[in-house]
Design a binder for this molecule. Sequence first.
Ligand SMILES: C[S@@+](CC[C@H](N)C(=O)[O-])C[C@H]1O[C@@H](n2cnc3c(N)ncnc32)[C@H](O)[C@@H]1O
Length: 214
Amino acid sequence: MKRRVKDTSTETDDDEFAQDRLFCDFAGGAVGHRLKFGGGRGQALPKAAGFTKGRTPTVIDATAGFGRDAFLLASLGAQVTLIERSAEVHAMLEEGLDRARVADEQIAEIISRMTLLFGDAKELLSGLSADVIVVDPMHPPRKTKALVKKEMRVLRSYVGADPDAEGLMKVALEMAKKRVVLKWPAKGDPLPNIRKPSHQLMGKSTRYDVFMTE
Ligand SMILES: C[S@@+](CC[C@H](N)C(=O)[O-])C[C@H]1O[C@@H](n2cnc3c(N)ncnc32)[C@H](O)[C@@H]1O
């Protein structure tokens, strides 16, 4: 079943705030913008992750990157464990979290729900437990000429592609207590050898494939 949703995470013009180096800014830029003007639990990712008025699941973000998705879910009250395997990206995140902790009280309160781990999620997930696992691997190259956002191009120059996304999804599907959310290009081919999603939420350029596991 496909549902079309308002996907503020992709409609924000992140290039307005984008850096041409690895930099993580939880207090300002696109993240701060979304915190002030985003649509709360009505946004595509929280919806896909099963956030409702009375329900706040625990979350593992298995592909932390810039930590934006994790921050969004933590801002809605969730305890979020972030896993990142690139040493450079992990260091950027750690610095970003440290800066945000002293930036202001509201941000610090959100950051207090975020725990960052270093390593490969395929290995770490078996020692962790959460209702929801979010998987957002580097997306495959676009078939169109549309340019990927600047910061994603910078990130790609550090981490390359994620050719083991299928393996990560298999582990996530075994470990998530309630559901796995795969963030993928709206028109991207499904990952091979992964079962069909239970349902999909379609944004403008991103889709969320939801796999129920309970
Ligand atoms: C597209 S980015 C994620 C962006 C993130 N959702 C955000 O909101 O900023 C993918 C990130 O996941 C990391 N990654 C991919 N596979 C991983 C794995 N198996 N374990 C840990 N990190 C992984 C990559 O190094 C990269 O930094």
